[in-house]
Design a protein around this ligand. Structure first.
Ligand code: ATP
Ligand code: MN
Ligand code: MN
Length: 359
């Protein structure tokens, strides 16, 4: 027999990495509201609050039904008082006053516009906001000092605001494959991020590159970007060298989302018609073969899923997970893995396929 709603709720696990979260779910009318509050907390540099709202939203994404009343929420994890208040108001009145006033607020809209510029983080956006600036146009008009990334961000702002479609991602994939094959035959390229999770649009396109012969991948990125540059396909690129050292980055370092792979944050010029083109954000990451499974897991997302994996590893398993490695603090050793499945198994987690990591 089908479990009733309350039984379903009792089966919802606490950590997002223990749950299956499909891309399409039944509670967008609630999760979008909670994510506005999460985003606003982030704009106000309140990470704890931001994560709390995001976790609450994520639990609702995993439910196999639409929430109809507060009873449906009994025994669900991660729903704090504040989230429950917001949900109750939406269920009763169709919307939440706090959410709507946040959405309309000058600060929220300005921070959204300013952090939406490539190269601009919350701190910079907040400084500009307090100086009275509200939009990319304001930055140009007042002649703000911008770094190279931000200049590109302002220049290509309109294009980069437009979602990248899967069809565009496929064209970029072909280009990246051609570039990589030209400079390092035998290299493997994998589409990562939201597109690997089955999204049909994204804010960028993410790729992970490796070579089965360890060491061959060293210094690969400049060769790729040179090739792309020669073809006139790059509008912007910033390459960062690999700085990972197992003895320094492993157990001693706090688990952090920022990894140390050789990587390139770029903007591609994509031909969209015979005389039309657009700018597209592309992230390229190069991983040594021995770290490829960890890199794959780390670059598939979602961001909350990744965060929860690391929290699960640390709090429940006394392990430290990064996009490079898994360290077991009880046994004092690194756990080697060739596949994502093996990493889930080390962590005592049921394997969750990419399409159900949309936490
Ligand atoms: P979107 O469709 O909006 O691009 P996304 O899930 O692909 O969504 P990204 O910001 O492109 O989001 O990130 C993709 C994955 O790469 C995420 O899992 C994120 O954790 C990881 N990631 C992004 N930046 C870094 C970084 N600097 N270091 C390590 N991992 C990162
Ligand atoms: Mn992405
Ligand atoms: Mn990305």
């Amino acid at each position: 027999t089908k479990p009733n709603i309350d039984q379903t709720a009792m089966l919802v696990k606490t950590y997002a990495c223990q749950r299956r979260t499909p891309l399409k779910h039944h509670n967008s009318f609630l999760t979008e509201a909670l994510e506005i509050l999460s985003q606003n907390a982030e704009y106000n540099d309140n990470e704890g609050r931001s994560v709390a709202f995001r976790r609450a939203a994520s639990v609702l994404k995993a439910l196999p039904h639409r929430v109809k009343n507060m009873e449906d929420l009994r025994s669900l994890p991660c729903l704090g008082d504040h989230s429950q208040r917001v949900i109750k108001e939406i269920l009763e009145d169709g919307s939440s006053r706090e959410v709507e006033s946040t959405r309309q607020s000058d600060q929220f809209q300005a921070m959204k516009a300013l952090t939406g510029i490539f190269g601009v983080g919350v701190r910079t956006a907040d400084r500009w906001f307090r100086e009275g600036l509200r939009s990319p146009d304001d930055l140009v008009r007042t002649g703000q000092q911008l770094n190279r990334a931000q200049q590109a961000g302002v220049q290509y702002y309109d294009d980069l605001q437009k979602p990248v479609t899967k069809a565009e991602a496929d064209v970029i994939s072909d280009i990246v494959e051609k570039a990589v094959r030209a400079v390092l035959p035998g290299a493997e390229i994998r589409l990562m991020g939201g597109f690997r999770r089955g999204k049909d649009v994204g804010h960028d396109v993410d790729f992970l590159i490796t070579h089965p012969e360890e060491g061959k991948e060293e210094g690969l990125m400049p060769k790729i970007t040179n090739w792309l540059e020669e073809q006139g396909l790059l509008l912007y690129e910033k390459t960062t060298r690999n700085s990972y050292l197992e003895k320094m980055d492993g157990p001693a370092r706090a688990p952090n989302n920022m990894d140390r792979f050789e990587r390139c944050f770029s903007i591609f010029k994509l031909q969209t018609g015979s005389e039309t083109e657009r700018a597209v954000r592309v992230d390229l990451v190069v991983s040594p073969y021995s770290q490829f499974a960890f890199a794959t897991l780390g670059w598939t997302g979602s961001k909350l899923f990744e965060r929860e994996l690391r929290r699960w590893a640390g709090q429940e398993k006394h392990m430290s997970l990064s996009s490079h490695a898994l360290y077991d603090s009880k046994q004092n050793l690194y756990l080697r893995a060739k596949t994502e499945e093996e990493i889930f198994a080390f962590l005592d987690l049921e394997f969750i396929p990419p399409s159900e990591r949309n936490a």
